[in-house]
Every structure is written in structure tokens, then in C-alpha cells.
Design a protein around this ligand. Structure first.
Ligand code: F6P
Length: 326
């Protein structure tokens, strides 16, 4: 493998709080180790368009606390065509980039995996998504911040739920994984979480209302994971209204406010560790792996494992939610 002198850095796919902390860590660790840094704007699209500038250490000053990504992000269908990837590789050669650091979620790593199969350029991925749905890492950058945002929102909604003795269905993001819904529910003391991998049937919902909600409590909050195969919070609220017209049911959809805001300390530290580990991996000549954290240790996860299938929730956590919400 040829000597690495310059790394390219990209944020791709959906933004996540802590991406900027990762950009800062990658840039500073690279420069500390004598490497040059080329920042690619607007994700893989920018790689194809040649939207690339050199970064010095001051380019990443005062960004550790900012949500979103200073490099911007955009979907790029073109990167999923051979012509698009060819153009991207030509720009990489023109800019004399020897290795890529890609920061993003499953779509980003999927793109990096295809690219690695065609072109001889090492890529290291840093997992950043609020969904926490990648295999081989205990956490992804942005997940902790989104979880805390959900907790703060539900704490506020609970004031109204309690005062008016209402049943709230609160819809949260998280895609097919359901981690935000499940752990958000545990963290905010919700009574139930409706998640894609453990879809609640109508009779379970009725059971929950009659045994959990009505018998011991006069208000209740259910978190619903938004995903394209479910009707979301509105669907469950309508279902309950049909069967229990006596209940005062409301819906709240948290939406993209869960993706924004200042990253938590946990996400900033995770981003700093992973960013620094990505440069270490490049310098050791490790090609095409995702940086993960497993049992508090940095690990290197092959792309194929990271995105093979959405990470599964631990059913024991659903059990805990049910135990502690009686
Ligand atoms: O991957 C992050 C995420 O917020 C998912 O939880 C959600 O399903 C999706 O992105 C929403 O994407 P968009 O911003 O395109 O609506």
C-alpha cells in the first residue's frame, strides 16, 4: 500500500448531532500526525462535483458544540451509478487524496462499501446516525443527543397528560430499528413503546389500556417508532379512539427536532474517540472498516457486518420497560 499523505473527509446521508465534533477530531488528529486534510462538501455528491477544499486546524474551531454538519450533506443517486463513482475517483486522484474518512449512517457505509469494491482507495467509516442501527458498535454518534431530546420533550408532554388525564401517542424517529422509541420510553417513564421489530397487535394495545393504563394510572404515554410500514402515532390513536371512546387521546409528532441541537457530552466524546481512531486506522493501513465502540473499546468492523441487516433490539429491554411501567 502506498504511503498516506492526505485524507479526504465527508459527511453523507442524514445529519446527526456530533458530526461536527467528529469532523473536528478527524481534521485535528490527521494534522497532528502530519497528514493533509481535504474536506468534501455535500456528501458523495460533492465528491462527484469536485466540491473539495483543504482544511487547516482553524477550519474546525468552535464547531464541537454545533449540531448538523458544517460540511453539509445531500443524497446522491449519482454515486450509486458506475459513472458517478468513476467521476468521484477521478476527483480523488486529482486532489491527491490517499484515503477517505466517511461519516454517516447505513446508506453512507453502503456507498463506501460499493466504492471500495471498485477502486483501490482505503475508506474508514465513522458511524453517525440518530437511529443507532449499525451492527458492531454499541452506539452511533447522535443517538445519545436524540434520546435526550426525546426525554426532555416527553417530560414536558407528561405535564399535560397528567393534568388532563390523557393518553398520549408520541411519534419518534429511528427508522426500522426502534432504539429511540424503546430507550426513549424507558428514559422518560412511558407505559409502552410500539417498535417495528415487536409490532403491538390490537389486542395487546387493548390489554395495555385495560390492565396497565386504566387500572393503575389516570394518564399514559406511548412512544411510537415512525417507519414506513406502520401508520405511526395517528394510526394507533385512531384505533384506540374506536374501541375506547371514553379515553381522552392525543397525538404528538416530534419529527426533525430530534435530529438537531447541541450534541451531548457523550456524543462529543464518542465523536472525538472515533475521529481519532479513524486516523490511527488509516495510518495502520486498515482498509474499509467502520470504527465502532464495543464494551468501551475501539473496534474495527468490516463494512459487510456493519450494514448486513438493521441492528436488533434486545427483547430484554422491552421486558424492562413493561416491568417498570406497571
Ligand atoms: O436516519 C435518520 C432519520 O431521521 C430516521 O430516523 C428517519 O426515518 C429518516 O432519517 C428521516 O429522513 P428525512 O430527513 O429524509 O425525512
Amino acid at each position: 500500500m502506498s504511503e498516506i499523505k492526505c485524507v479526504g473527509i465527508i459527511t453523507s446521508g442524514n445529519d446527526a448531532p456530533g458530526m461536527n465534533s467528529a469532523i473536528r477530531a478527524v481534521t485535528r488528529s490527521a494534522i497532528y500526525n502530519g497528514l493533509r486534510v481535504k474536506a468534501v462538501y455535500r456528501g458523495y455528491k460533492g465528491l462527484i462535483d469536485g466540491d473539495i477544499v483543504e482544511f487547516k486546524t482553524q477550519n474546525v474551531s468552535n464547531i464541537i458544540q454545533q449540531g448538523g454538519t458544517i460540511l453539509k450533506s445531500s443524497p446522491s443517486q449519482d454515486f450509486f451509478s458506475p459513472e458517478g463513482r468513476k467521476k468521484a475517483f477521478e476527483n480523488i486522484q486529482r486532489e491527491e487524496i490517499d484515503a477517505l474518512i466517511v461519516i454517516g449512517g447505513d446508506g453512507t457505509i453502503h456507498g463506501a462499501r460499493i466504492f471500495a469494491q471498485e477502486y483501490d482507495i482505503p475508506s474508514i467509516a465513522i458511524p453517525a446516525t440518530i437511529d443507532n442501527n449499525l451492527n458492531g458498535t454499541d452506539t452511533t454518534i447522535g443517538y445519545d443527543t436524540a434520546l435526550n431530546t426525546i426525554m426532555q420533550c416527553v417530560d414536558k408532554i407528561r405535564d399535560t397528560a397528567t393534568s388532563h388525564e390523557r393518553l398520549f401517542f408520541v411519534e419518534v424517529l429511528g427508522d426500522d430499528a426502534g432504539f429511540l422509541a424503546l430507550n426513549g420510553a424507558i428514559a422518560s417513564g412511558c407505559e409502552e413503546a410500539i417498535i417495528p421489530s415487536a409490532q403491538i397487535e390490537t389486542d395487546q394495545l387493548t390489554n395495555f389500556i385495560e390492565n396497565g393504563f386504566r387500572k393503575t394510572k389516570s394518564s399514559s404515554i406511548v412512544l411510537v417508532a415512525a417507519n414506513e410500514n406502520s401508520g405511526g402515532a395517528m394510526y394507533y390513536a385512531d384505533l384506540v379512539k374506536q374501541h375506547h371512546p371514553e379515553l381522552d387521546v392525543r397525538v404528538s409528532i416530534l419529527g426533525h427536532l430530534q435530529r438537531g441541537g447541541q450534541p451531548t457530552a457523550h456524543d462529543r466524546i464518542t465523536a472525538s474517540r472515533m475521529g481519532s481512531a479513524s486516523i490511527e486506522a488509516v495510518m495502520k493501513g486498515l482498509p474499509n472498516v467502520m470504527i465502532g465502540i464495543d464494551n468501551d473499546e475501539i473496534v474495527h468492523v468490516p463494512f459487510s457486518r456493519a450494514v448486513r441487516e438493521p441492528r436488533k433490539i434486545d427483547p430484554a429491554m422491552l421486558e424492562i420497560l413493561h416491568n417498570v411501567s406497571i
